[in-house]
Design a protein around this ligand. Sequence first.
Ligand SMILES: [Fe+2]
Length: 378
Amino acid sequence: MISQFNFPTKIRFGAGVVSELPAYLKDNNLSKPLVVTDPNVANLPFFKQIVQDLSSKGVSVEVFSDIHKNPVKSDVYKGDEAYYSTDRDSIIGIGGGAAIDVARAILLRINHREDLFKYDDLIGGDVYVTNDVPHFITIPTTAGTGSEVGRSAIIADDETHQKKILFSPKLLAKIIFADPLLTMDLPPFITAATGMDALTHNMEAFLAKNWHPMCDGIALEGIALIHESLEKAVNKPDLESRSKMLIASLMGAVAFQKGLGVVHSLAHPLSSLLDTHHGLANAVNIPYGMKFNIAGFEDKFRRIARTLDLKDESGEAVVQYLFELNTKVNIPHRLRDIGVKSEHIETLADLAIADFAHPNNPKPVTREDFKNLYLEAL
Ligand SMILES: [Fe+2]
């Protein structure tokens, strides 16, 4: 068997590294970036400081922040309009997954003028992504999705809310400035939910069925870093815990090029149907999804248990650890505590079986399995 492994992105990591941005733009002959963010980040002091810093060094900054929490196509078209009407030469995505996904979709849209969803990867649309794209820079402000190191954007249809995936290696950032100082003031709930998303990425990537020992190694170290730091980052944050969470979230997203699994397929329908926060949806579902995966994969769970320093190296001990971690970071154990009702279960199961993540789960998942997992977690 012949395999291909890709780890191409340049990552500048460390406290204060975002201050390198003006010089980086200058070195690359860029002076007119479209800065894409979300309405919350746009009002934070560190964001205003970044814009001020760029402006004071002669960079013409245009900020676009008119986006939804779960981004839709019209967000992308508005951003594209802002890019052209103000004559931009590059795109900087600053924020969590939503902002960076919109930035990446605008990046695609600039030189690909067919309907945005013609490029949907799920219908093979990636083959139409053939033109060059502008220079693209990402700056994460949460430690969770890892979208900054990704090459895809999830954008929903405005009316149907159906999620489409835009994908191409061309959509990778040229450089990532990962500065843990930007994550210092994240509120505890966002830290917990995004952190559990990062843990889910690392665990699902490690268990995913494809052969990818490089991603497996990254995922295990990502799990170790989250084990060491998530509780502290939520309850008593300091620069060390924030730094470990940020690098672990980047590692999770690098690792999940190998694939995700049952937990993300349980989580995605909650966001589509009930607008549940993606990280929260994963956090509540991960103990149940992992329990489902144990039988037949005891060796892999043993390696996860060792990484978590558990005395009992069984899969059941890993599941117990996940419940306890949720308790420590104030995440509920039951779907009913986050707004799911028994009448939602059939629709959720329909959406989950159609989801793109579970085909990479180590074992097959049927619609009946999804229904039972939702009922168990309810
Ligand atoms: Fe995720």
